[in-house]
Write a protein that binds this ligand. Sequence first.
Ligand code: C2E
Ligand code: MG
Ligand code: MG
Length: 740
Amino acid sequence: MAPEANPDDFLFLADDTDALEATDQTVGEWQLLIVDDDEEIHTVTQLALSDVVVEGRKLVFHHAYSGKEAIKFLAEHDNIALVLLDVVMETDDAGLKVVEQIRDELKLEDTRIILRTGQPGYAPEESVIKEYDINDYKTKTELTRSKLVTTIIASIRSYQQIRTINQNRIGLQKIINAGANLLEQHSLHEFSEGVVTQIASLIGLNAEGVLCAQIEDDGSNADTIYVLGAAGHYAPFIKCRLERIDNKRIIQQINACLQSRKNIFTEKDTTLFLGAEHHGAAVYLETNRPIEDFDRQLIEVFLSNISVGYENVTLFQQLRHAAYIDPLTKTPNRNEFTCLLADTRQLGAKDSVAVLIDINHFSDVNDGLGQEVGNELLIAITQRLVQEFGNDAQIGRIGADVFGMIGSEKVLTPQALDTIFLEPFQASEHSLQVDATYGFCRLSDSSEQGLAILKHVYIALNRAKKNISRNYEYYQQQMEDETAERLALLRTLRQDFALDRLQLWYQPQICLKNRKVIGMEALLRWPQPGGGFVSPAVFIPLAEYFGLIVEIGAWVLQQACLQLKELERQGFKDLRIAVNVSMPQFRSPHFVESVIHCVGEYQVKPELLELEITESVVMDDPKVVISALKELQSFGIKVAIDDFGIGFSSLSYLQQLPLDRIKIDRVFVNDIEKANGAAIAETIVNLGKRLGLHTIAEGVETVAQERVILAMGCDEVQGFLYAKPMAKDELVAFIQQQKK
Ligand code: C2E
Ligand code: MG
Ligand code: MG
């Protein structure tokens, strides 16, 4: 003990202070490690320094009782500002070994060291002090409280300076690396995600946060804030509107930051403004602690460094925008929608569903009122979709009149979508009432990604379009299997047609009065390699669906004309042939001319050719069909309405139709012996008489049926009772036999 020391000043007499607890918190404190094998030294040092505050921060003490312990502790804690180190512990130079290890092995360059020893004789060489960057060396007796405090303050200050310099160096390096990384990103989303991650790593956090920007939604609306990049548990919200994040705090901070164009640091989070000239963005980070000044500076340097990058990347984005955003509705186009689907799928969003909304008869609006009005209708529909579902779903325009949405299955239901179309839409001065068809695909029901999911939704949509009882369908795997089968069948049909393997058979039609053959219906047959035929009920709808019926129909017409010619040669000059015609044929350009041309080419009498159309064909597009038939009829060609009575046809159309013959559907003939069945058949016959048309009963199988039909006054019959459809060679034999 030094006699000259003032007892009050002496270390061992230092004031008592509150017990101190070491905490994990690093902000606002300096971490000190006391290393000494003398328990008492720990106590008195801590007591002496307990109320010391350096640069506004308290001291926190950690303790080690041997060199080994000290190294172990330091290996696990790299934030120790100062080590008060006893030289002599387990060995005479244990403390010096610790110094060596701190600098050489642990590479803790910032940490300050004060060596203390009880024995002046054990003072280290000056070289050691220099070599290992030791701040001070004192014998314990020299170390009065005030001296200790002074030394400690000086050491901590130097720690702070060294640390700032070193961190600046590291920080700058990080900024340069991060910046370089980011500038390579040409996609705004990748860039934004990078920014969140880089800032988090600059300040030593796990990345949890979002980057949002105000994006011009469309000309009329105010800017909307979108999440451009996100890390951690906010990742699912990338590309969504900010409001979709179910966290009021984030929404509030981002809005405040974008408005004030300033960084906002709080106890639990940090919101940074990323200023580009035109497009401000805000980065929100969940820090759960205040950010140190030093880190703030680092972040600020980083932000100014990447602002330029952000500006560049938004330019890129604008270019990209053009490729991914539908210019009319300003919503994602098919490409972008496909990406969105892939993203949603990747995130394993469980109850997500994708929907396609097809506007029914949109082409009527376009053709009838002009493209301008059509466009306005599409915009009005988009606006209503956004208004209704914008916060819950992503919306895009996938095709001319097809919209897509991705969102929760609970929100996007057929019923919810129906409400969109309840009220008419305003387009220019027109108030347009439209309805739509929906195809759904639950993302969990599809093992596919992006484009393939879109295909699935389309399958469902196409199904829904054919469904007459409701306007939606959910995708099911089995649909695709069926579609695959249908496609395979179509392929072979196309092939066999090209190889001339289809045949045209004929079913005779009989006049009931004289039992003579008056004509025949031409019916397609598709023979199969193993014998047997694919039913026309199967392949005709397929050929209609894929448009192949147009070519096949033209061939049928030629065959029928050839057959008429052949019959003429055989001496049957007034036998008529009825040919079935489908809707796609009417829609194909120059259908009327092609029929007339065919009749002319084979030089057959037009009145021997009869076209059979069903009620559904008429109803599909009455204008087109009626005008075509009128033209054909004026040329002499006959027209029969097929399967009459089952298509709920509107009588008003029946009056407008240029008809020669009504064919009573075989369903009614089948039921003709029952009271109700007979009533319908009789009504049809009477209707025919009223309109001055012939009536022919289809599917007559029994003599009993024939008797009733005859009694009703029906003129003609066709059915198995008289003849089944037969190949052309058999037909001639059949007619000849009948003549006898
Ligand atoms: P459809 O025009 O109503 O033809 C009459 C159908 O009734 C034929 O069936 C015929 O075989 C069948 N049938 C005739 N008499 C009887 C009978 O007494 N009992 C029963 N149970 N059935 C009878 P098929 O040949 O299977 O043709 C089915 C449908 O395919 C036709 O109905 C027609 O809509 C369509 N089709 C056939 N050939 C052509 C064609 O060349 N072009 C077009 N567009 N459609 C065709
Ligand atoms: Mg027919
Ligand atoms: Mg029929």
